[in-house]
Design a protein around this ligand. Structure first.
Ligand code: ADP
Length: 493
């Protein structure tokens, strides 16, 4: 596909925007500064977007604060209808949004279109949940009193999102926030602001009022600090690195904000001797190589029982060998580029560390001949728990295989990390699937399945992988406050 033609078409559709959105108006940075947005597959500049800081963020906060007053007063049915309209528009523009994702993020177009559906589903789901924010009536211990619990929106929300899912990480935050009456300032990653801006344009078209959804981008720490400092911002919701998440958590204490964090994982994928090998290979492949390994639920350690190890390693390597690498717009491509040079260097240094400590390359192990940030889909064997690649997220297309003997050992290895987001197990033993799931210190567990994210289930981590849950009926609680109401003097006439 000709990138220039595509860019021109997206511009004329109104979905390729190069300005930020504050109070319903498309604007530049106040000092005119911009940042370039690149196509990671080609290095070409797609467009430039405003490089904003605290001033613009403070204005976005004010507009969000003003909009909160009226948006939160709308009936749940009205908010629901706007969200449903937004969902319909996201789906109607699925192709253009998918193209934007591939352009700025690099994932293959079919995967990008899959993200649009997945991302839009959060808006649909929360358009329905908007109508089900029920309170409670508590049996009173005193005859003359009636006790009630109301659920009310927390207020203005700052939503800081990463580059690996340019749409879905936004909709899973903004969907529940808007559904219950909150208003939002989105700070997308500077690597992938275009999908966020297109989604915001569609939110305006859906009749979501000016100020209810704002998008600012630029100097991340200045924007973050402004959101943290403002007493008008009542909640921060963040998906990204553990290091930045910890900073935000500390910063939120000054104004005692509510906070939700989706941070890094270190997902174990345990393959037992009694697994169905085809199911395990397919599941591990999906769990590891989705988005070229750049998700926080990607299998980071494939822990295989000794009886099936050689057979699995062989079948898995063959499957990985079939993954076509290339520009996400090319037919049949399953693996796009890594997001940038820093990501490539990280992958290289982790592989180097593993090889220097005794790991062996079964497949790949180096940069791809396509150049730029393409890396060969890689399988390493003889990986040990103390290697860097087992300790931290590699965030790239490298599958390290570790060996274990007993179930207890596998659980110990899997839990030997500060992370606790996703885990996967492959076994045909029903009792074992329960036993191991209960023993794993993780927020999500896939049993005989490698792709487990859905808008209807709670997504989130334990330990240092985060706080709170996104998606599902539980996800809306993160945006609500409980208010207890005591009605006295209820026995009088
Ligand atoms: P990644 O390594 O996946 O890019 P980051 O945590 O660096 O993860 O980025 C996730 C999001 O957090 C991005 O939108 C980024 O711009 C933003 N971010 C980075 N540093 C800060 C900060 N100090 N304050 C607020 N947001 C930040």
């Amino acid at each position: 596909m000709d990138a220039q033609n595509l860019t021109a078409r997206l511009k004329s559709s109104g979905l390729l925007r190069s300005q930020a959105l504050i109070g319903g108006k498309w604007i530049d940075a106040y000092d005119g500064k911009t940042i370039k947005v690149h196509n990671p597959a080609t290095g070409e500049v797609i467009t430039e977007v405003p490089c904003m800081g605290s001033k613009e963020t403070n204005d976005a906060i004010s507009s969000s604060y003003d909009a909160f007053y009226s948006w939160s007063k709308r009936t749940a049915a009205e908010r629901s209808r706007h969200l449903r309209k937004w969902y319909d528009l996201l789906i109607a523009h699925r192709e253009e949004l998918g193209q934007l994702i591939t352009l700025e993020q690099g994932k293959p177009l079919t995967e990008a279109m899959g993200e649009v559906t997945y991302g839009a589903n959060f808006i649909e789901f929360f358009s329905e949940e908007a109508k089900r924010v029920y309170g409670d009536i508590i049996p009173s211990p005193l005859a003359d009193r009636r006790l009630l619990v109301l659920k009310q929106p927390v207020g203005v929300v700052g939503a800081i999102t990463p580059w690996n899912f340019p749409l879905a990480m936004i909709t899973r935050k903004v969907g529940p926030a808007l559904a219950c009456g909150c208003t939002v300032i989105i700070k997308p990653s500077e690597f992938t602001p275009l999908t966020a801006l297109a989604a915001a344009e569609l939110a305006l078209q859906a009749g979501i009022p000016p100020g209810a959804v704002n998008v600012v981008m630029g100097n991340a720490s200045d924007i973050g600090d402004a959101l943290l400092a403002s007493p008008q911002v009542r909640k921060i919701t963040f998906t990204g690195s553990t290091a930045v998440g910890k900073k935000l958590m500390a910063g939120a204490s000054a104004t005692v904000k509510k906070i939700s964090l989706e941070l890094g994982g270190n997902a174990p994928c345990i393959v037992f001797d009694d697994a169905d090998i085809d199911v395990a290979v397919k599941g591990a492949l999906g769990a590891k190589f989705r988005n070229s390994g750049q998700t926080c639920v990607c299998a980071n350690r494939i822990i295989v029982q000794e009886g099936i190890y050689e057979k699995f390693a062989d079948a898995f390597s063959k499957a990985v060998q079939n993954l076509k690498v290339g520009d996400g717009f090319s037919e049949g491509v399953a693996q796009g580029p890594l997001i940038n040079e820093a990501a490539l260097h990280k992958v290289e240094s982790f592989v180097q560390d593993a090889l220097s400590k005794g790991a062996k390359v079964l497949l790949g192990g180096k940069r791809h001949s396509l150049g730029r940030t393409f890396y060969e889909p890689t399988v390493l064997s003889d990986v040990k728990s103390e290697m860097l690649i087992s300790r931290e997220e590699v965030f790239g297309p490298v599958a390290p295989l570790l060996r274990f003997k007993t179930e207890e050992e596998a659980i110990r290895m899997a839990n030997d990390t500060n992370a606790g987001l996703a885990a996967y197990i492959f076994t045909n033993n029903v009792q074992r699937s329960w036993r191991v799931t209960e023993a794993l210190e993780y927020g999500l567990v896939g049993v005989n399945e490698g792709l487990i994210s859905t808008e209807v289930a709670p997504f989130g981590g334990i330990k240092q992988s985060g706080l709170g849950r996104e998606g599902s009926k539980y996800g809306i609680d993160e945006y609500l406050e409980l208010k207890y109401m005591c009605l006295g003097n209820m026995t009088g006439n």
